[in-house]
Design a binder for this molecule. Structure first.
Ligand code: PLP
Length: 305
């Protein structure tokens, strides 16, 4: 196929795109699990409108797009409050996988610096995790030369704290668990794991890609939800997808940190590029504005109540 010699009319192209979708799964009527989170047709239209306002904006340069940087900061602040740490710092990413890649990379860099630098000398750093952890962590481990020490879950399919503690060793640089995990929708015992991580002086990441924007409201509705967020002292970072139960347009997740000390390990800076200093906090370079604007709009338009 070649690019057409002469450009085609926009209306014709959009009609063709719609026609091409005819055979896809009917997600608007609930025919997919987990791939699309559809609040309502009206909300979807609002996402399209908000997205289009910032469709050409690029947060790679926050000085050029100050308003987009402010939207990101407000998303981080809203999520920090929701997860009981209004002082949380963080970044919007393109999805759960990117949040996880950024977290794993930052923990590796953290281990290479400061007090735990000696662990790097020992070779491949390790993270102790339950077997139910999402494969995005395997991908990150593969990319960044980290070994996931996978520990079988208990009879209740939740992380087995005692079994995980036994696997903590000299190369361990972090503990990870989920709220909830994908295979069974169960929240791991985050309080017990957080206490265990703290006892060993280790940071702990909670993967709340699914739970980040659902568990807070289930709790407000009176459901009994085990503690999983920044109220657990050992939790140092959380991944939470706005494009799942935050009902944002696709391409929006969050990586939140308890402390600014930790987020600095996430940021990449190249200083010897002839084009100027290049600094970037996430895996991607160009950071599309549309998903960030839509995510801000989703949280503002749906509201807490
Ligand atoms: C628990 C959990 N973590 C991470 C992810 C990865 O998210 P994404 O597909 O947005 O990269 C998913 C996706 O379903 C998930 O369920």
């Amino acid at each position: 196929m070649n690019v057409p010699k002469h450009g085609r009319a926009g209306d014709e192209l959009v009609a063709e795109l719609r026609a091409r979708q005819a055979g896809d799964t009917d997600w608007r009527h609930g025919r997919v699990f987990s791939l699309v989170y559809h609040a309502s047709d009206a909300h979807e239209q609002l996402m399209h409108r908000a997205h289009s306002v910032y469709a050409s904006a690029n947060l790679l340069n926050p000085m050029a797009f100050g308003s987009l940087k402010k939207l990101e900061a407000e998303i981080v602040a809203m999520a920090g409050s929701l997860m009981h740490h209004p002082g949380a710092v963080g970044t919007v990413t393109s999805g759960g996988t990117e949040s996880i890649l950024c977290a794993m990379h930052a923990y590796r860099e953290r281990a290479r610096s400061g007090l735990s630098a000696w662990k790097h000398v020992l070779g491949r750093p390790e993270m102790v995790v339950p077997t139910t952890l999402h494969p995005a962590f395997d991908k990150a481990a593969h990319y960044f030369g980290i070994k996931l020490v996978k520990v079988r879950v208990g009879k209740d399919y939740r992380a087995d704290v005692a079994a995980m503690e036994k696997r903590i060793g000299i190369k361990t640089i972090a503990v990870i668990a989920s709220a909830p995990q994908y295979p069974h929708g169960l929240v791991d015992p985050i309080e017990e794991l957080g206490a265990m991580a703290k006892r060993h002086g280790l940071p702990m990441h909670v993967d709340a890609c699914v739970g980040g924007f659902s568990l807070p409201w289930l709790e407000k509705l009176g459901r009994s939800i085990p503690r999983w967020d920044f109220r657990v002292p050992g939790v140092t970072s959380i991944s939470a997808d706005i494009h799942k139960f935050g009902y944002a347009a696709k391409g929006a997740s969050l990586l939140l940190w308890r402390s600014p000390d930790d987020i600095r390990h996430q940021i990449f800076v190249a200083t010897d590029f002839p084009g100027g200093i290049y600094a970037s906090p996430t895996m991607i370079g160009t950071r599309p504005g549309g998903p960030i604007a839509a995510a801000w709009t989703a949280l503002q338009s749906l509201g807490d109540a």
